[in-house]
Design a protein around this ligand. Sequence first.
Ligand code: HEC
Length: 169
Amino acid sequence: MDSMVLNGADLMAEEVEGVVQYLAKHFGPESAQARLDEALRQESSGPAAAQQPPFIPVAGVYQLMKAIIIPNAEVVWNVAMEAPQDDPEWTAVQNSALTLAESGNLLMIGSRAKDQGDWVKAAQALVDEATVALRAAEAKNEDALLEAGDRLLRTCSGCHRQYKKSPPR
Ligand code: HEC
C-alpha cells in the first residue's frame, strides 16, 4: 500500500484502510488466489526448485577454510604424527572427519560454488574422501586413516590448483 501511495495513488487514510482489507482478503497469504498463485509459481519452477531449502550462508569460502576446513583437516592429518591413544581421541578424529565431509556440502551452497562443474566435483570429492577417512576412524584403522589423509590432501590441492589465486598449497 505504501508503495502504491508513493507511486501516485491518491487515497485518503480511511480509503487506505479499506483497500488494505480488500487486498488482504483477496490476495493475502490465506486467500484462494494467493494459494493458486503459489501453486502455479511452484509448478513453473519445477518440483526440484520448489523443494530448495532456504539455506542462509554466513561464511565466505575463505572463512570456511580458516574456521572449519583447516582445523579439522589438521586433526585428521595429525594421526600420522601421533596415533589416537583412547576412545575419546578416536571420537575427536571421527568428529573432525565428519565435519570435513559435511563442509564439502557447505562449499556447494549458493554463491560459494564458483561454478556448477569442476567446483562442485571438487567439493563432492571432499565429501567422498572425508567420508572414507570417517569410516577408517570409526574402524580405528590407523593405516586406512593415513591413506585417506593422503587422498584428502590431494582433494584440497586439486581444488586450490584450479580456484585459489595465491600459490597452491
Ligand atoms: C572446492 C574447492 C576447495 C576445496 C575442496 C578446498 N579448498 Fe581450500 N581454498 C579454496 C579457495 C577458493 C581458497 C581461497 C579463498 C580466498 O582466498 O578467498 C582456499 C583457501 C585455502 C587456504 C588458504 C587460507 C589462507 O590463509 O590464505 C587453506 C590453508 C586451505 N584452503 C585449506 C584447505 C584444505 C586443508 C582443504 C582440504 C581438506 C581445502 N582447503 C579444500 C577452495 C577449496
